[in-house]
Design a protein around this ligand. Sequence first.
Ligand code: NDP
Length: 331
Amino acid sequence: MESRDVVLKSRPVGMPTPDDFEVVASSVPEPVEGEVTVRNVCMSVDPYMRGRMVDRKSYVPPFQVGEVLTGGAVGRVIASKADGFSEGDYVQHNYGWREALTCAAVELTPLGELAAPASAYLGVLGMPGMTSYVGLLGAAELKDGETVFVSGAAGAVGSVAGQIAKIKGCRVLGSAGSAEKVAWLEELGFDHAFNYHEGRLLDHLRSGAPDGIDVYFDNVGGDHLEAALFHMRPFGRIALCGAISQYNDTDPAPGPVNLPMAIGLGLTLRGFIVSHYQHMAGDFRSDMESWIQSGQVVYKETVLDGIDRAPDAFIGLFTGANMGKMIVNLE
Ligand code: NDP
């Protein structure tokens, strides 16, 4: 059978462009013993992939120019030579950026009976949802009733982080890049949502949290981190989840000018990767499923159709094109 796959044509310099990617046809081999052939239903694009497009050592190895990209995806088995996998089964795996594939069965996670649409396993019930959960409850050690600021609040991670903080009885501030996103955050119950393109960040924080911030969930870095540092309460915690404002920088960005404030305030700044908190996966899954069922957590997706749109979906993460999780539908 045939697939169409997205290859990294060149390493982006600054903001990625469609020319950095190429969609190529490939032929998918028949499965041999222990292998399964999968047709992808949907795939994820994630900000961390930008880091993998740079040729440098990191916590995941770089993508290679000329090779098909990889990333989270959900698909259905169409042929199986492996025990435990039958035609029609939903599986999750890391062979996104392509329509179909054959791989070893051990590389697939069976999803069983779906508790939500397949794409939710790439968002609220998947890696981004778990990042929100472990970032707040693990890295930031959130306590009930605290004041929390979430940046990138209308994205996949941020929108769920804000809702978890609300469930924990917190006062929640959120920043996002448009009036439409701010309106959605208000619907989600954020106490003070604002468009960071308008006014000064620090003024927004002061009006939304007159007594200061206990926990800052940082998805953005740069000016957001600096503004949050200016407004932290003593012994506050900052979970360093991402720094998307810096991922396309061609020169290293300076650190926050006010970092020494962390000394006198006794702040904790803790970087984390979701996989550091694998031990919380079971709690995450059961809490999140029940919050979704009860309506305490709702989620949104921005969906682009077809493998040809995958580069646009990825680039859209850096232009703010998504509300909630950015998904590429491949059905
Ligand atoms: P999102 O769904 O939040 O999409 C990215 C969003 O970032 C955009 O929609 C845009 O929204 C915002 N953005 C883009 N450029 C800028 C900028 N220059 N300044 C401010 N905001 C910007 O992505 P995710 O939820 O998947 O990821 C959010 C963050 O979490 C990222 O930093 C990512 O790297 C990090 N992450 C970390 C993980 C970990 O294990 N530590 C795991 C998963 C994600 P807007 O319109 O509001 O600008």
